[in-house]
Design a protein around this ligand. Sequence first.
Ligand code: HEM
Length: 448
Amino acid sequence: MANRRITRPPGPEPHFLIGNFPLGRPDPLAVFTGWAREFGDIFYYRAGWIHVYFLNSPELIESVLVTNQQNFRKDRVIQNSRWFLGQGLLTSEGGEWLRQRRLSQPAFHRERLALYARIINACAEEMLDSWKDGENRDVHQEMMQLTLRVVAKVLFSVDVKNESKEVAAALNLLMKHSSGARMLLPPWVRYLPLPFLIRVRRAVRQLDEVVYRIIRERRESESDKGDLLSMLMSARDEDGSRMTDRQLRDEVMTFLLAGHETTALSLSWAWYLLSENPEAENKLHHELARVLDGKNPSFEDLPRLCYTEAVVKESMRLYPPAWSLARTAARDFEVGGYLVPAGANVVMSQWIMHRDPRFFPSPEQFDPGRWFEEPTQRLPRFAYFPFGGGPRYCVGASFAMMEATLLLAAIAQRFRLRMVPGHNVVPVPSITLRPKYGIKMSLHQIRV
Ligand code: HEM
C-alpha cells in the first residue's frame, strides 16, 4: 500500500453535522445517478456516522465482490434485517454461510429446475383462470402472490394460496420499514412502542406463523419429499445433530422472502415496460406464437424463447429488483487508489451501472434487442449484475431466470396488460426496487 492516497474520493458537499442523507431525499435514485455522473468511478459521502464509498466501475466492483471478497462482510442493512430474517443463507457469514450454501445448492440443480417448470405453469394457469377480460388489477400484487405460491410449492411442497395475500401485505410493511433513511437506524429502534412499529412486529409474527406451520406439518408427516425442506431437515452437523426449528425457520423465511419478492418485481417492471413499448411487445407476441403455437410454455421450450428471456434481462437492466449491493470493510482496504477504512460501507449500484452510457448505448431506452448485439454481448462482467457476483452470487439465479421467462410467456400468451390511465409508477429504493403505488393495469384477453 505504498502509494495509497489518504485523501478521500471526491463527493457531494456535506452538511457539517449530519453529512448527506440521499436516502431521505424525495428521489434518491436521481441523487445517486447525479453524483456518479459528476464524480466518476468512485465517490464518498458521510451519512451521519456512516462513511460510504460508492463504486461506479465494473473493475472496482469486481475487486470488492470477487477478488478481495474476504475483506468484506454484508453491510448494516442486511445485518439489521437479521431481526426478521434470522441467520439464514442471506445474512450469515463465514463457515456457517458456507455450510448453508452447500446444503441448499442442490435444490437448484438442472434436473430439479425441469420439475419446477411444471409447477410454475400450473400456478400461472390457476392465476390466469381467475383473471377477467377488461378488469383492473395491481399487477405487482398479483406477481407477488404468484411467485410466493411458486417458491413455497417448489422448495417446501406446500400451497400457501390462502395466506398469499396476508404474506404480501406483511411483506409490504416490512419493506416500507426498510426504505429510505430508516434502513440505517440501529436495531433497538424497532422495540419503540410506535403504531407503525407495532404493525411491523405483528407482520413478522404473521410470517412466523406461516413458516412454523410449514415446518410443523413436515415434521408430522415424516415424509422425504426430496425438496429443499427435506434436504435441510435431514442434514446433520459434524456432531451428528440436526437443525433446530429456529434454524429451519430462518432458512425457510429467507427462501420464502428472497425467493419471491425479487422475481415478482422483475415481472412487474417487465409488464410496465412492455405496455410503454408496443414494438417490443409485438416482437414478444411473435416469438410466443412461433415457438409455442398456443400450447403452454415448458422447460424444453426455453432455449427457443430467446426474445422472451431478453425482455426479462432488459427489464432487470432498467429496473433491477436488487438496485444496489453493499458491504462493510472488515479491514482497511484500498480501492481505486483510495483507502477505505475498516467499518466503512462500500456500495455498488445496479441502477447506476445498468444505465451507464459507457456500456449501454441509449441507456434509458427499453430495447430487448440489444442483448443480441455486439456491445452488450461483450460487456465487462460487472456492467450488468442483477444477481450480484462472487461467492455471494444469488443461489436462485437460474431458477429465477427460468421462472420469470416461463411466467412472462404464459401470461403474455393469454393477456395484454395496459396501464390504467393516470396511474403514477414510482420506483422506490427499499431493500429492493419497488413501485411505490403498485402497478395498476387493465387486463385484455387475447382471443385465438
Ligand atoms: C429476479 C430475481 C432475483 C434477483 C434479482 C436476485 C438478486 C440477488 C442478489 C443481487 C443477491 C446477492 C446479494 C448480495 O451479494 O449481497 C442474491 C442473493 C440471494 N438470493 Fe437472489 N435474486 C433473485 C431471485 C432469487 C430466488 C428465486 C431465490 C430462491 C429461490 C433467491 C435466493 C437468494 C439467496 C438465498 C441469496 C443469498 C445467497 C448467498 O449469500 O449465498 N433469489 N439475490
